[in-house]
Design a protein around this ligand. Sequence first.
Ligand code: C2E
Ligand code: CA
Length: 582
Amino acid sequence: MDELERERTISAEEEVRIAAVAFETQEGMLVTNARGVILRVNQAFTRLTGYAAAEVIGRGLDLLFSGRHDAVFHEQMWQALREKGDWQGETWHRYKNGKIHAEWLVLTAVRSETGMVSHYVGNFTRINANAEAAIHYLAYCDPLTHLPNRSLLLDRLSQALASSARSGRHGAVLFLDLDLDSLKTLNDSRGLALGDALLVEVAQRLQRVVREGDTISRLDETISRMGGDEFVLLLENLSLEAPEAAAQARQVAEKVREVLSQSYDLDGLEYHCAAHLGVTLFCGREASVDGLLKQAGLALYRARDEGGDGLCFFDPAMQTALDERNALMADLRWALQRGQFQLYYQAQVDAGARVVGAEALLRWLHPQRGLVPPGDFMPLAEETGLILPIGLWALEAACAQIRSWARTPATRDLRLSVNLSVRQFRQADFVAEVEQILHATGADPSRLRIEVGGSMVLDDVNDAYTKMHALKSLGIGFSLDDFGVGNSSLSYLTRLPLDQVKINRRFVHGLPGQRNDAIIAKTIIAMAAGLGLSVIAEGVESDAQRAFLASHHCHAYQGYLFSRPLSLPEFETFLRGAEESP
Ligand code: C2E
Ligand code: CA
């Protein structure tokens, strides 16, 4: 071997030493056997992953892979190694501390002289910290406000529950949204950019509140944007005592409201918007992450609903009320099919106490709850739209009753009043529907009186006008139900084909003693007389009320003084009794 040749050769012993040094580079390295069992790792591996050699040797390569890779990923990786002898790609490794990092992994197969794979050598480098941050950012941050997004909040919230369970300290979830229309109006009228600018400014103000608030500087907090105009603040390390913790949360909430209510300068446009906040407290793991967000959401819902100071705390009674409401709603969906509705009849009497008609009032005969009054289910029916089929049923049942009463002389002259919901009245084919019902039941339209509310008419006076005149021409009568309440106005009274005005029981209640009620009642009677309409007072409970109304020439009465709303058999018995005792 000449000099040159000697310079170019490495002895077997030298080769081992060199390999050992090469193995200890800055990159994480590992050697596995043909089945992927780890045989060796270098120091960089330990430094990066936190695993000592002894902790990983003998374990499968899978130990490193976080759950983010699916079966297809693993299959493709092993297939490439078998067929091409190497594989490289981005992998997500779970380090010993549980954190997941993006890595670039290169795996190379080492073959024996016979060509069989004896080992795999792997080396990996952390993907550029910036790139990793970017990936993390996309997954966990709201790109507009740079606040944590919903996923990150859920993560933090579950950590917060664990830490509260350890420390015994309370935490709070503050759910906030901007005045419902603010964002939409802004987006609609001034373009999306301004809406975005508003959200960014809101985010900045929220950060300032938690950063600068002196009283709360000891707290840990997370502010996140849930989407749209909804933000959530998570407060940790509040007091050990619930009342004090509630006070701390309230303080932050009030500060937030105050700061957000200050005017905004959006590209020269001065803008104001209010925020509503729903707050719920937690301690330990009593409630789940989902449960807490629901609670805060519920409180927010109430804060929005109630007006007031725009701030509401969740309380368990609220949850119970909601559960109850949901149960009732579920039952209501079936009530019609199951034939659980009934009409009750409340007598209407004339000046001489003769029964001249009745108001049909809906009752829900619930198998467990008993008789449910409309006040308890009408709002649900309105909300779900079930009011349409239910209202239709009531109208049909009333018409069928008119037809049935027509067969007997004692009842054939009764007028039956039926209540109508705004939604029913707004239906485009309402008139045709009524015609169809009259036709199907054979009811005499002149015995039917529809009670309309003032707001129903005012909503769309022209539509009301057209429909009422069409129904009037069929022979149907109209009574104005809640005159004097809310928006009633004189002008439409003269335009609409009304027959009767009802004095609301609110004004009857204070008669004869309360001056205001007395003035209103007298005025309504006088006005009706001037317009040639009849008047009926509802909610008449005492003789003194009736006497006062009679002295001012009221024509008709309805109320507990004469009869409560009665089931059909009860009402018919009542009618016979009224006949016998003139
Ligand atoms: P409303 O039209 O104002 O009905 C009169 C309400 O006053 C009835 O309550 C009746 O039971 C009650 N009332 C009658 N006399 C007296 C009295 O002397 N004193 C007092 N304090 N109250 C009296 P109810 O039956 O609970 O009905 C509540 C509301 O539900 C009705 O108010 C009406 O708006 C609605 N409603 C009832 N039936 C129907 C229906 O078939 N369709 C529609 N759309 N709404 C209905
Ligand atoms: Ca009524």
